[in-house]
Design a protein around this ligand. Structure first.
Ligand SMILES: [Zn+2]
Length: 296
């Protein structure tokens, strides 16, 4: 079974929960960006959080998560939507830091502990919704939790984790998001909090062969879970030669002529997925004619 996310309700609907196995999705990001282990964990965790946040949206709605910290990662940008599609990049993919004091990948060291955590939601309205909170941890999961509590007033627990193999490939990657609805019983909250404290990382549970459904049963400390929906998740980028062509067009005829004379062609590289698009002199001449046509 490839990657998927489950949405569930428990405790008479007072607890909303999501869990995702994103192993293949993060592996695809790792291969496309050639990220080294610490960068893989930082980018992967952000992508997993964005996938779960995206799962709260309706199909065509989308969001962007930006993590701009003062660490050597140099910034992370991730796009996701309500259909389980995600793409993203980290400014410094070749980042491998010494393990932290717990023997784990030092994501905090990569991201930094100062900076901003931003979520921009495009819900198809005139203005996108934008929320921003300071980076409080740099470990990403806690930053999602803090953002949800402060900017969206939704008390949540978010766990995101990536297990990187010694050859830098992704072994497992996944996460959970548990949200308390208004009026949730204090004893339920205490019970889940106690459970979360003793739960090991999701990537380790996935490595043991647990499914997202089984992981949620463990996290919520109950078998009475109403699984509402199962959604496939994938790395997906919507870039194309036409889209980058439209961007070249906006440079104007003179600039395109210069590209023809100086470079006899052009190459566009997508920052989100690393796909490369080649433009021959003939392609550029066509775009130049279009630019001249539009200028009239
Ligand atoms: Zn792309």
């Amino acid at each position: 079974m490839s990657d998927y996310l489950v949405k569930a309700l428990a405790y008479d609907g007072f607890v909303r929960a999501y869990a995702v196995d994103a192993t293949e999705t993060i592996a695809e990001a790792q291969r496309r960006h050639d990220t080294w282990n610490t960068a893989s964990a930082a980018l992967g965790r952000t992508m997993i959080g964005a996938l779960m946040l995206g799962a709260t949206l309706k199909g065509e709605d989308k969001l962007t998560v930006k993590v701009d910290g003062n660490g050597p990662a140099g910034g992370i940008v991730v796009d996701s939507n309500g259909k389980g599609e995600v793409k993203g990049y980290i400014k410094s993919p070749h980042l491998s830091l010494p393990l932290n004091e717990n023997g784990k990948l030092d994501v905090r060291g990569a991201v930094g502990t100062e900076g901003m955590f931003t979520v921009i939601k495009d819900l198809g309205l005139k203005e996108p919704f934008s929320g921003q909170t300071p980076i409080v941890s740099g470990e990403i999961g806690e930053d999602f939790t803090y953002y949800l509590a402060v900017s969206e007033q939704t008390p949540s627990a978010v766990g995101v984790s990536v297990l990187v193999d010694t050859d830098d490939s992704i072994k497992t990657a996944g996460g959970f998001m548990i949200q308390m609805m208004p009026g949730a019983d204090e004893t339920v909250i205490d019970r889940i909090e106690a459970q979360l404290k003793q739960t090991v990382r999701i990537s380790a549970l996935l490595d043991e062969g647990q499914t997202p459904e089984e992981i949620l049963k463990g996290l919520l400390a109950t078998d009475e879970i109403d699984f509402l929906e199962t959604m496939p998740v994938t790395f997906h980028c919507d870039c194309s030669k036409e889209k980058f062509g439209a961007a070249i067009l906006t440079l104007g005829a003179d600039e395109i002529q210069a590209m023809i004379e100086e470079d006899h062609g052009a190459e566009a590289v997508c920052t989100f997925c690393n796909n490369k698009y080649q433009y021959s002199e003939a392609d550029l001449n066509k775009l130049k004619q279009e630019a001249l046509g539009e200028a009239k």
